[in-house]
Design a protein around this ligand. Sequence first.
Ligand code: ATP
Ligand code: MG
Length: 356
Amino acid sequence: MAARTLRIGLIPGDGIGKEVIPAGRRILEALPASLGLKFEFIKLRAGFETFEQTGAALPDETVAILKSDCDGALFGAVSSPSTAVKGYSSPIVALRKKLDLYANVRPVKSVGGAANPIDMVIVRENTEDLYVKEEKTYDTPEGKVAEAIKRISQRASSRIATMAGEIALRRQKIRSAGSPSIHTSPLVTITHKSNVLSQTDGLFRSTAREALSAGRFTSVAVEEQIVDSMVYKLFRQPEAYDVIVAPNLYGDILSDGAAALVGSLGLVPSANVGEGFAIGEPCHGSAPDIMGQNIANPIATLRSAALMLEFLNEEEAAARIYAAVDANLEEGKLLSPDLGGKATTTEVLEDILRRL
Ligand code: ATP
Ligand code: MG
């Protein structure tokens, strides 16, 4: 079988992004040759440091190379200055727009043997809702009033729900292949607040329902949950969820809440996904408090690399990475300080590479 070559953009960004992205590269390079995968890496710039050096947080060159030369990418983290800096805005937000990466996908999984086992994926719509950032402030006799547009479209709701359905099917396929899980059949939970926002969230709800009623999703159970009760249940009974699909704002909040359930931001991966393109990105930020000490947990990035591979249809390679990471966590001997251990970034990585 001819080897498939994947060209992967590497965007370390700022802070611990510079320490964890090289770990992501190492694990891809260490995948066994029998998988028939080869990698070419292209180093790309973005972030606050890039902004200070070049005047652009996301240089045009980075976007152009991602579009024309890459199959996927790994993105580290970018610092967000605590006070607004003129001309600076988040490069990952811009990148999602420019590449139409309409889904933000976050798997949240507990380590084997946890008291409350969790194995869910949150699929967050990434292009609209309140995050269209159309805000205005005006004066009235009673003082200032500020307003924001919440935009929900049929197109965006339909494609995000379809992706959630596909992910549910893929997870079921992986389970059928023998991968251990707390779930036995695929379930998608549609999250909304249509009892209050009958038009916007109402459209999300009905569109998602319709998309998930397509013939190929007959094996996928579909349920709905109002977002506030969802938060309650997410904390009380997290094992009940398989795939959650949500509009942008609720998805943002739910995914950070879910990350808290498994203990450390250093464990949780994400992917920004569009048509035929995926950027793996650890959920954590640039963590300036621990940068430069070689103690950042690389696992969120290793899992993000695996998640990127899943969306590039390399499920087996992804499964190898997940299994090596799980084995490290289950043994629990070489853990980074955020998990109560003493191991360095390098030691955690070496242990996982050995298990690969
Ligand atoms: P940013 O503005 O870039 O988001 P932040 O100060 O909010 O930076 P985060 O990266 O969001 O920092 O991290 C929040 C906390 O979690 C910090 O205390 C950080 O040290 C810790 N943390 C984040 N990522 C990791 C990691 N990979 N390993 C260990 N600890 C981490
Ligand atoms: Mg942060």
